[in-house]
Design a protein around this ligand. Structure first.
Ligand code: HEM
Length: 416
C-alpha cells in the first residue's frame, strides 16, 4: 500500500477561512429586484456587481474602470466573443493567484489545447460511470446518519457535504486529511480580500498535489488524478502545472457549485409541492427540474471578462481595458427569454438554454458530472425519505448571497 503525501495545515491552525468566506460571498437575501432594475437601465451599466451588494472592497480591482453587462443577449455576446473579452486579464489577479495556471485564466491558443484534454476526462460516458462507483456510496453514507430520525437539515447534513466528499473519493484522499483539505481549498480564495492565508493555502495545496501526482504517475490507479495524468488529446498530455492548478480549483469549481445547485433544486421542489409530487411520480422529469433550478437560482450569479480592445455592446461604447462584470443571473431571469422569470417552474417552455454553466469556450467542463451528482442525490432522497416535506415547525428556507447563492438551511420531515 503506497503512502500518500501529508497535507500541511495553515501555520495558524485556528484561523477559520469559512467565516471570512461568508464576507466575500455576502448576506444579500435577494439580489433579483436590483438586477431587474439594472437590466431596465440597459445592457451596459457603469459600476461593479459586487459594489451593488456589499461594502467590502475588492482590493484587486480598486480604481479599475468597470461595467456590468446585463440581459441574456448581451451576456451571451460577451461569453461567445473571447477574442474581445478575455479571461486572462480578468482572472489573473483573483483565480490566477488562488489556483495558478488553471483553464479559467487561459485564453486561446493555450486554453483550446488544454481544454480539449480536460474535456476528454469529463465526457458524459466517463462521468456517468462515477455515478455508481463514486457518488452513490457517498450519498448513501451521508443519508444513513439521519434516515431513521424522521427529520433533517438537508443543507447541513447532506448538500453541504456530498459534492466535496465526491471529490475526496475521486482523489482518494485519506479521511483524516479531509478537514484540512477543505479549509485550504476555501482559504485559497482569500487572496481576493488581501488575507495572507490565501497565498499560504495555494502553496500548501500545490505541494501536496505535486507529490500526489508524482506518486500516481509512478503507480497509476483508477482515481481522478491518475486519470487526468494519463488522458491525452492529439498525442498531448496535461503539463503538471496545469493539472495541479486544476486540482486546486476543483473544490470551488466542482464542490461549492454543486452543493449550491443541489440546495437550490431541493428548495425549488420543496417550496412547490405540486412539482415535487410530479417529480416523485415521474423521475424522467429530473433533468428539466435540474435545468430549471440552475436557471432560477444559478449558483454562480456573476463572472468576469476584460475588454482587450475598444468595442461596443448594444450601442454602448466599451473602451479597451474595461473590466466586465458579467451578470449571469440577469441572463437567467431575463423576461424577454423566460416568462415569469422569478418563478420556479419545471414545466416552463424551454426555448433558450440558461447561462448557469456559462457558454462559449469556457462553458463548464464539469456540467455532465454536476448533473450526474444532482440526479443521483435527488433520486436517493426521494427513494429513501418517503413523503419528504418542509418541516412545519422550523423556519421556511430562504436563499442568501449575491455572487454565490444557496439556502442556509433546508429543514425537512419524512416518514421514517
Ligand atoms: C451545478 C454545478 C456547477 C455550476 C453551476 C458550474 C458553473 C460554471 C460556470 C458558470 C463556469 C464558467 C465560468 C466562466 O466562464 O467565467 C464554469 C466553468 C468551469 N467549471 Fe463548472 N459548474 C458546476 C460544476 C462543476 C463541476 C462538478 C466541475 C468539476 C470538474 C466544474 C469544473 C469547471 C471548470 C474546470 C471550469 C472552467 C472551464 C474553462 O474555463 O474552460 N464545474 N462552471
Amino acid at each position: 500500500m503506497m503512502t500518500l503525501p501529508k497535507l500541511e495545515d495553515l501555520s495558524d491552525p485556528d484561523f477559520n477561512p469559512f467565516e471570512i468566506e461568508k464576507l466575500s460571498t455576502g448576506h444579500c437575501p435577494d439580489p433579483y429586484p436590483r438586477i431587474h432594475e439594472l437590466m431596465q437601465q440597459g445592457s451596459v451599466v457603469t459600476g461593479s456587481y459586487r459594489d451593488e451588494f456589499t461594502d467590502i472592497k475588492d482590493v484587486q480591482r480598486d480604481g479599475v474602470p468597470q461595467v456590468m453587462v446585463l440581459g441574456y443577449e448581451a451576456v451571451m455576446h460577451v461569453l461567445t466573443h473571447p477574442e474581445i473579452f478575455t479571461n486572462r486579464e480578468a482572472f489573473m489577479p483573483s483565480l490566477g493567484q488562488a489556483f495558478g495556471e488553471s483553464v479559467s485564466v487561459m485564453d486561446a491558443p493555450d486554453h483550446t489545447r488544454y481544454r480539449k484534454i480536460f474535456q476528454k476526462a469529463f465526457l458524459p460516458q466517463v462521468v456517468s460511470k462515477w455515478g455508481e462507483t463514486v457518488v452513490d456510496p457517498v450519498v448513501n453514507n451521508l443519508m444513513d446518519a439521519f434516515i431513521h430520525t424522521g427529520k433533517a437539515d438537508l443543507v447541513h447534513q447532506f448538500t453541504h457535504h456530498y459534492p466535496f466528499q465526491v471529490i475526496y473519493a475521486q482523489v482518494e484522499l485519506e479521511p483524516e486529511q479531509a478537514p484540512v483539505f477543505h479549509k485550504l481549498a476555501i482559504a485559497q480564495l482569500l487572496s481576493a480580500i488581501g488575507a495572507p492565508q490565501g497565498a499560504e493555502a495555494t502553496e500548501k495545496l500545490g505541494l501536496f498535489f505535486g507529490q500526489l501526482l508524482k506518486l500516481r504517475r509512478e503507480n497509476p490507479g483508477t482515481d481522478l488524478v491518475s486519470h487526468l495524468a494519463t488522458v491525452e488529446a492529439d498525442g498531448e498530455r496535461l503539463p503538471d502545472i496545469v493539472l495541479i492548478s486544476f486540482l486546486r480549483q476543483l473544490m470551488n469549481a466542482g464542490g461549492d457549485t454543486t452543493f449550491r445547485g443541489t440546495s437550490a433544486l431541493l428548495m425549488g421542489l420543496l417550496t412547490n409541492t405540486d412539482q415535487l409530487d410530479a417529480v416523485r411520480a415521474d423521475r424522467s422529469l429530473i433533468p428539466q427540474a435540474i435545468d430549471e433550478a440552475l436557471r432560477w437560482e444559478g449558483p454562480v450569479s456573476s463572472t468576469y471578462r476584460y475588454a482587450i480592445c475598444d468595442t461596443e455592446i448594444d450601442g454602448v461604447k466599451i473602451p479597451k481595458g474595461t473590466f466586465i462584470n458579467l451578470v449571469l443571473a440577469s441572463a437567467n431571469r431575463d423576461p424577454r427569454k423566460f416568462a415569469n422569470p422569478d418563478s420556479f417552474d419545471i414545466f416552463r417552455e424551454r426555448k433558450f438554454r440558461s447561462a448557469a454553466f456559462a457558454s462559449g469556450p469556457h462553458l463548464c467542463i464539469g456540467q455532465h458530472l454536476a448533473k450526474v451528482e444532482m440526479t443521483r442525490a435527488l433520486n436517493a432522497l426521494l427513494d429513501k425519505l418517503p413523503n419528504m416535506r418542509l418541516d412545519p415547525d422550523m423556519p421556511p428556507p430562504h436563499m442568501i448571497g449575491h455572487i454565490l447563492r444557496s439556502p442556509e438551511h433546508l429543514w425537512v420531515k419524512f416518514d421514517s
